[in-house]
Design a protein around this ligand. Structure first.
Ligand code: ADP
Ligand code: MG
Length: 188
């Protein structure tokens, strides 16, 4: 029987949106992606001084166990070039298992729900958007947790599709400009 899980995606190095795309493509192989939030930009919390983050949350129906799901996520991170240097340091791709149904796990290397989930607006805001009726194992609705983190600054950007569309339009406009320029030169 499949379980509905929420995965937080984050990146603050290099082509951030491109890394989130890679993460999403990897997650799509682990189950059915039922929903993906918009992209959110946030200033880093904790750790050294580092560039701002791009975050999103994907909701996945999966047959994998929580442990297997986390292991697969860590493998996707590594494939995206993540190098673990310091805790909370900058990263190309971070995939966190936020929720796994309403199951609680507390084992070495795996804590679910993710321990910082309730304290971070950059996690709660996209989670609420992608899975509005999500609840914690103790029955607490995610929707009721956002008020406590309202003072943290998080900016909602466009969604994945809008970003892909505007990139495609940018490319088409560029190609058109080059063609026009060539035709112009040829006519003169
Ligand atoms: P963070 O995401 O908290 O900034 P890392 O991505 O560096 O930190 O993760 C450090 C370790 O946290 C991972 O190696 C993983 O084993 C462990 N971990 C425990 N629970 C979770 C979880 N729910 N999601 C992701 N990683 C987890
Ligand atoms: Mg992580």
């Amino acid at each position: 029987m499949s379980v509905r899980a929420a995965i937080g995606l984050g990146s603050n190095l290099g082509d951030r949106a491109g890394h989130l795309d890679v993460g999403l493509a990897g997650l799509a192989k682990l189950g059915d992606v039922v929903s993906v939030s918009s992209l959110y930009e946030s200033v880093p919390v904790g750790g050294p001084e580092q560039p701002p983050y791009l975050n999103a949350v994907a909701v996945l129906d999966t047959d994998l166990s929580a442990r297997r799901l986390l292991d697969e996520c860590l493998a996707i991170e590594s494939a995206a070039g993540r190098v673990r240097e310091e805790r909370w340091g900058p990263r190309t791709l971070d995939l966190d298992l936020l929720l796994y149904g309403t199951v609680s796990v507390d084992e070495p290397g795996l804590t679910v729900p993710h321990p910082l989930l309730t304290q971070r607006r950059f996690v709660l805001a996209p989670l609420l958007e992608a899975w509005p009726d999500a609840v914690l194992p103790d029955g607490t609705a995610i929707a009721g947790l956002t008020e406590a983190v309202a003072d943290q600054s998080v900016l909602r950007l466009g969604d994945f599709e809008t970003r892909r569309l505007s990139m495609a339009m940018f490319l088409v406009a560029g190609v058109l400009a080059v063609v026009l320029w060539l035709v112009w030169g040829w006519l003169l």
